[in-house]
Design a protein around this ligand. Structure first.
Ligand code: DGJ
Length: 805
């Protein structure tokens, strides 16, 4: 609910309040963002009180006590005495960098921003999340208010105008009531006769009156994405950004600012993200007055945008949230928002199929017969979708050729694509296909005909990444070519899934199209990409699209608007995945993260992990398999079959249940506990993951949160298979029959026989489950083994299933 009382704007979500007021001088002072407070006639207790001004400071206007450097502002102007990091740098008509944006008026209406479509960028949609009844009650309480809106999604536009030129800046706030999310963005319009130049324009600025925060960022590189890092903020500026042309695997646009005493479960935390897939920029400044300023938007890196007479510029939409329930509280808000307002189309809120992907099974070396063998085995295991990855087109036998030539290699596939898809469908699997539409190989027919389609600087040799160049998506003819080429493949057969890959960073940023306006290159590339995605995803609405960029190099809210799921990382090692997936959950729900069971030793780390751990970690995401299933032993096939049955039974819970990090791996770097709970609080599943075995390291306690306290539940451990090879030369201590230690017989028996893990079950009420929780069975400590021993070892795990009685 948004209310306007006199000169105060109050945006209320279900559990938060965001309040700002218009000062006499026309600036907007932020009064509060945090826990929900009631609407009142008197907000003056929240005003900052300045009676004398401050030494050395520049005062603004007639009021000598107003110094813009020491007040929480909604969006700062430049050159008027606020010396903190500025949200916008403009070259004004007279050539100066000074501007002065003053309040002009507001507009309040139901629904999302009315010009959302005109931005040509992805945006949060209104969705079906209606909570009118609840809001109506609040409305009754505040009858006296001047103006309010009765809707679950509302927008407030505040128009500011420069005090000298007719340049308008509109601050746009959209309230997503039940997600506890407020989005922000700006629109800048040049209504003067001369051009102005934008060097920097942030989507939002948020000034908090205090400091003492820790910033959580999600950083990494290829195969090591979104590792959470915590940095205590001190005086100065902290920057998190991307300059690679994509949101990047280096620094995700997601930020969580945690208050002094905040934990995973308690305390004040702010969350911030950006609905954008290109270069982004987040800055946090702690000022000398101990105030904290946050901002996010398009990165100013190589950015410059000319705004001619009558032109306007829209920033991407920034996403803000607050929770006093710690970092998990912030994650709940983001997850809810993404399910309700970001992911859309036929696959939104729908259970996702379990797939088999041939990449790590065959890489480029496959033919029709190999693919069909994999598909048949996959079907027997219960898999639902077959995905043909890289290597099916042009002359592509390795990564040096053919990108851009989206023509089926019929020799390799043994016939047309349609023929292969029909065969796969006949086996009983749906069919999916890999593309990398934004790229071009120098060794390709496309490059021979259109070398000018590739991004490069005139007279310079462009730098290659994975032996390839990037297509210039700022050019219409390139976009049209890609749309036609991809559409024609997609129309040629019954394709029900697409993996949209992008395997290099952009370098040599330049487009002949843009002439002297090269500062627009990176943003126009992304606008071009969005146009292509819009056309293709609308044209093929039944296809499930999965975004990929060498794994999670473009895991962002912009891509999620078009593609409901993302290949989380090329790193499929279960142990690494725990850190990567955990980091990802801070901002993104499990239904958006795909996770595959792959071979052991793992192809990225050469680490060996058990099949059960690989599965149980992948369960906390959208499950798939990516290994040669034809080579599984009988015992392994039996395990995988049971895994798939188990996942199918609980799929909705794993993909759409409320997720919590009960204990994050980052805490002691060795143990993690995650859980999912359904909406009705009738079912939950917890994962216990242990990195390294340490004998006698203390008891393990399993707490399951957010259940109904006075409801009785049954909890049991998922029985899993334990390889007798795990016992090495201890084997005769654990098996009833005598076998030669580490001999051929042990290996042979292992192919057909596994030990059963311990059984463990309890009945208890939700309150006891939450706190103190269950002291689970003793872990193997090297002294003895019986059926009650919890055999773990390194990289081990258990799933616990909780059911309402
Ligand atoms: C990178 C992706 O992340 C992989 O899964 C695979 O699709 C390869 N590209 C194929 O080239």
């Amino acid at each position: 609910m948004i209310t306007v009382t006199d000169k105060v704007f109050h945006i209320q979500t279900k559990a938060t309040s965001y309040i700002f007021r218009i000062l006499e001088e026309g600036y907007l002072e932020n009064l509060h963002y945090g826990n929900k407070i009631r609407v009142t006639d008197d907000y003056s207790p929240l005003y900052e009180k300045h009676s004398t001004g401050y030494g050395m400071e520049v005062s603004y206007g007639q009021d000598k006590t107003l110094t813009l450097d020491n007040i929480c502002l909604e969006y700062s102007s430049s050159g008027v005495g606020d010396y903190r990091h500025e949200p916008m740098e403009l070259k004004m008509p007279e050539g100066s960098y000074s501007n002065d944006f003053i309040y002009k008026g507001y507009e309040l209406y139901e629904g999302i921003y009315k010009e959302s479509e005109k931005t040509h960028m992805p945006y949060a949609m209104e969705g079906e999340d209606q909570v009118k009844g609840e809001i109506k009650e609040e409305k009754e309480k505040h009858k006296r208010n001047k103006e309010y809106i009765d809707a679950s999604v509302e927008t407030l536009e505040i128009t500011l105008v420069d005090s000298l030129y007719h340049i308008e800046l509109v601050l746009i706030y959209t309230c997503f009531y039940s997600s506890n999310i407020i989005t922000r963005r700006v629109k800048l319009s040049n209504n003067t006769k001369e051009s102005i130049v934008i060097n920097k324009i942030m989507s939002m600025q948020l000034d908090l009156p205090d400091s003492n925060y820790t910033v959580n960022t999600f950083d990494g590189l290829w195969a090591r994405e979104r590792h959470r890092n915590e940095t205590k903020l001190h005086s100065g500026i902290y920057v998190n950004d991307s300059t690679t042309g994509a949101s990047s695997n280096r620094h995700n646009p997601l930020i969580i600012l945690a208050g002094e005493d905040a934990t995973e479960h308690t305390g004040s935390c702010y969350g911030m993200n950006l609905i954008y897939s290109g270069n982004h920029y987040e800055a946090i400044e702690v000022s000398g007055y101990h105030k904290t300023r946050l901002m996010t938007g398009i990165s100013p890196y190589h950015f410059q945008w000319e705004l001619k007479e009558g032109d306007r510029f829209y920033s991407p939409e920034a996403v803000l949230t607050y929770s006093f329930k710690g970092k998990n509280g912030v994650s709940h808000n983001f997850h809810h928002f993404i399910q309700e307002h970001i992911v859309r189309g036929e696959w939104a809120k729908k259970e996702r199929p379990i797939l088999i992907n041939n990449w790590e099974a065959t890489y480029f070396k496959f033919n029709e017969s190999k693919l069909l063998k994999i598909a048949k085995s996959a079907k027997e295991l219960g898999i639902e979708l077959f995905v043909l990855d890289d290597g099916w087109f042009g002359q592509r036998e390795d990564d040096t050729t053919s990108l851009g030539d989206w023509v089926v290699n019929e020799k390799k596939l043994g016939g047309s694509l349609n023929n292969l898809v029909n065969k796969i469908n006949k086996i009983g699997l749906s069919f999916g296909l890999w593309f990398e539409p934004e790229m071009i190989s120098e060794m390709s027919d496309l490059y021979k005909i259109h070398p000018e389609y590739a991004i490069k600087v005139p007279n310079r040799t462009p730098r290659l990444g994975r032996n390839q160049l990037v297509l210039d998506f700022t050019k219409k003819e390139v976009r049209d070519y890609v749309i036609d080429a991809i559409s024609s493949v997609l129309s040629s057969a019954n394709i029900e899934y697409v993996k949209w890959d992008m395997n290099r960073h952009i370098s040599d940023g330049y487009s002949g199209e843009l002439k002297e306006r090269q500062g627009e290159f990176y943003h126009r590339y992304i606008l071009g990409l969005y146009e292509v995605l819009e056309v293709i995803t609308k044209r093929f609405p039944h296809i499930l699209f999965e975004s990929c960029s060498s794994g999670g190099n473009r895991f962002d809210l912009g891509m999620l608007v078009y593609m409901p799921q993302v290949w989380t990382s090329d790193n499929t090692d279960a142990n690494e995945r725990v850190t990567i997936q955990e980091g990802t959950t801070y901002g993104y729900p499990l239904s958006t993260m795909t996770a595959h069971v792959s071979a052991s030793p793992n192809h990225q780390t050469l680490r060996s992990t058990s099949l059960e751990t690989r599965f149980q970690v992948a369960c906390f995401g959208v499950l798939g398999y990516e290994l040669d299933v034809t080579k599984l032993s009988m015992a392994e096939k039996k395990i995988v079959k049971e895994q798939i049955e188990f996942y199918k039974k609980h799929r909705k819970l794993f993909q759409y249940g409320q997720f919590d990090r009960v204990k994050e791996i980052r805490k002691d770097r060795n143990t993690a506990i995650y859980q999912v709970v359904d909406e009705e609080k009738s079912e939950a599943i917890s994962l216990l993951y242990k990195r390294l075995a340490t004998p006698n390291s203390g008891i393990d306690r399993l707490r399951v949160l957010h259940l109904t306290t006075d409801q009785q539940y049954e909890i049991s451990v998922r029985k899993q298979k334990i390889s007798i090879k795990q016992f090495g030369s201890l084997v005769n201590q654990v098996t009833p029959i005598k076998i030669k230690e580490e001999g051929i017989l042990q290996a042979t028996i292992d192919q057909i026989y596994n030990l059963e893990s311990e059984d463990e079950r309890y009945q208890l009420f939700g309150d006891m489950l939450a706190e103190p929780g269950i002291k689970i069975k003793q872990e193997f400590t090297g002294v003895g083994y019986n059926e009650d021993t919890r055999v773990m070892g390194d990289f081990s795990s258990r799933l616990y299933i909780v059911k309402k009685r």
